[in-house]
Each structure stands twice: as structure tokens, then as C-alpha cells.
Design a binder for this molecule. Sequence first.
Ligand code: PHE
Length: 455
Amino acid sequence: MEAPREEWRSKAGFILAAAGSAIGLGNIWRFPYMTGENGGAAFVLIYIFFVIFIGFTIMLAELTIGRHSQRNAVGAFEAIFPKTNWRFIGVLGIITGIGILSFYGVVAGWTLGYFFKTLLGDFSHLSGEKAAQDIFVGFIRNPVSEIVYLFVFIALTVFIVSGGVSEGIERWTKILMPFLFLLLVLLVIRALTLGSGVSEGLSFYLKPNFSALKPEIFILALGQALFSLSLGMGAMITYGSYISKRENLISSAGYVVFFDTLIALLAGLAIFPALFAMGMTPKGGPGLVFLVLPSIFEKMPFGIVFGACFFLLLSIAALTSTISLLEVAVAYFIDERHWSRVKAAVLTGIVVFVVGVPSALSQGASKWFDRIPLVHMPFLDFMNALFGNYALTIGSFFISIFVGWKWGIAAASKEIELGAEKFSLRPIWAFSVRFFAPLAILIILIYLIVTGRFF
Ligand code: PHE
């Protein structure tokens, strides 16, 4: 007899764990710099639109597949339609998870490094943008610390995932997420009271200027929505497989989407007013928050304490996301290959680390990886676009086709209704899974192929 599948201890436990997966660097690092690079408020509006009409749809679809099959991302498709090619959606998800984790681990390493730097007072006498820039560039150029931090971060992830689902993942998230939220609110308050420049920042962030809209923004905003919600690669299928049949999947999906979006919007509200108040440019790229945040903390009473706490919490938020990225592969090896949890976590972790090294060295540490031929960008940025954007978009397309057309709305709704009294959103959800989500994704991808605007 097989042991019963591990389950989340409670509804709050699940929501926190799934929100822990969703909330991470995607909200606080990626969202602000994508917004900054792509025109501000117009990008934000399109992003919110995709969160509501595609993000929520795919979130519910993934959780339903997971809970129905009670399996990992590959096994779930195998359980619903054995011996079909649908399982390759799951295989793509495992590869995507490893791809994302490899560069995500590098940036997560930066946050850990910034925790120590803040604590040691490196930022206590910052004199403008130049000084913040020098510290950041010096830091990411150092090959030894880049690799050590990547290693430490992946090792921490492996350690927690080895501990199992409810013990490891649930316990951490529950305690720490509320603190991150609180600190973010404090940061917003400080940023909004910085004086001149604040209103300029607010209008960049909140007043859309559609005339500057480039067509690529659609794929970038969609990719950002999926990335931020951990969708398109089976993380939510895997987490959904640990939800009890009694839970309401609709409201669970709703809470996760809501909290994730709230945190991203708050992060923007802290960054942009501060950025303009300090006279920096919004097009700072992947370094943006590492340039802006230390400068805000420097202007706060007890800035060192707040700053250090913030970077520590951000590292932990990143950790609860890396856990879910690793868990997709680990759950597969446990369920389908009968590996032990520890073996699965350690071996996958080693692969992730090796794949991550070029990203770690691509920010100035080595000439080999700082400009990849053809795409003309650093290796980290390339992995970010390839896996963080395109792979998730393609994965979400197939997930919506699977649920909408192959498995079917009726079968999926039956699973959803197990824990929900009524599913009044059903017609809207059905329309979105069958038509809106896949067509919108298809149109965007075809446009990119035809115009050759991929990278
Ligand atoms: N959603 C996470 C974040 O915002 C990243 C992530 C993407 C996690 C895909 C799992 C799957 O940081």
C-alpha cells in the first residue's frame, strides 16, 4: 500500500505556501525593473489585465489538475490521460523550473549579499546614484562571491526541500510572509515622503501614456504576470496536488493572485517615487532595486536595521519561491522514479548550480558570458527571457488547451466543485480557458515570430 500523499495542514497553510511560491523576486526585483524599462503605468495596466484574465484562469486550471491527479507535473497528465504526449507539458515544466532556478538563484544570492553589506554599513554614507552603482557593479563583478552566493542559495533550497512539504515549506512561509508585507508598507511610506520628485515618480507609475506603447510590451507584461504567479511550469500543479479535496480551489486561487499582485504593486509604489526623488533613471535594468533601495534606507532613521531586515526577508521570500521551483522536479523523481526525497533534491540541485554558473559570471565577472552571440545580451538576461518569459507562456498555452479542450470544462468543474458550494464563475472561466487565454497567447507569439522581435 502506498502511504497517503502529504497534505498541507490547513487552508491558510496552503495559501501561504502558494503565495510564498508566487511572491518573490518576481514581485520586488523583476516587476519594478520591467515596469521601468517598458514605459511605466501603461505596462502596469496591461500587466493587471493579464493577471486577472489569464493569470487567475491558469492558476485555477493548474491547481485543479494537481488536486485531481494528486501527482507531480508529469504524472498529473499521465494520470488523467495515460500514455499520451500531454505529459510533455510536465517535462517542459521541469526543464523550465531548472532554467528559471539557475538564474533566479544568482539574483537571490545578490539579495543575500546585500543583507550582509547593509549590516556591515556599506551603504551608510551613500552619496547619490554613482556611489550605489559602484557598490553594485563591484559586487556582481566578483566571480568568487557570485559563485559562492549562488551555491549557498541553492544549497539552502535543497536543504529545505529535503525536509518535505508541510514540515519544510509550510512552516517557514507562515511566519515570515507577514513581516515582509509590513516592511514593504513602511518602505512605501518613506518613499512617498521623500519630497521633490515623488509626484513625478507617481505619475510615471500610475498615469498611463499609451503613445509610448511598443507591441513587445504585451508579451513582456504577460510573461511577467505568469512569472510572478508561478504559472506555466507545473509549480501550481505540484502544490495543488497537496491540497485536500475539501478545500475551495476557487477562493484559494483568488487569494494567491490577490496577494501576489498586491505585493508587486506595493514594491512599485516604493521604488518609483524614490527613484525620481533621487534623480535616477527608470531604465536601470536588472540592477534597479539594488540601486534604489539602499538609497532609501540610507534616508531612514535606523536605516541599517530596516535595510538589513528587508534584504533578509527578501532572501527568504526568494527562498520560498526557489523551493517551489525545485519541488517540481523533485516531486517528479519521487513519484515516477521512486527516488528518495533527499537524493532527488541533491541531484537536481547540482544540475541547477552547474547551469547557473554562466549566469553568475555574466554580469561582468567573465567576458565569456556577458554578451551571448545572436541575442546580444548577458547570459542571465537571456535565461530570464527564454525561461522566465517564453517557456512559461508556451507552457500556459498548452495547459489551457489541455483543460479547455482535452480534459474538458465539465470534468475540471467537477473537481473544482468538490470543495466549493457553487462555481458561479464557471462560464467566464470556461470562456477564458478555452478561448481567451490560448488565443491571446497565440496571437502574441505569432506576432513575435512574424516580426522577429523575440529578444
Ligand atoms: N513567482 C516567483 C516570483 O515571483 C518565481 C517563480 C516562477 C516561482 C515560476 C515558481 C515558478 O519570484
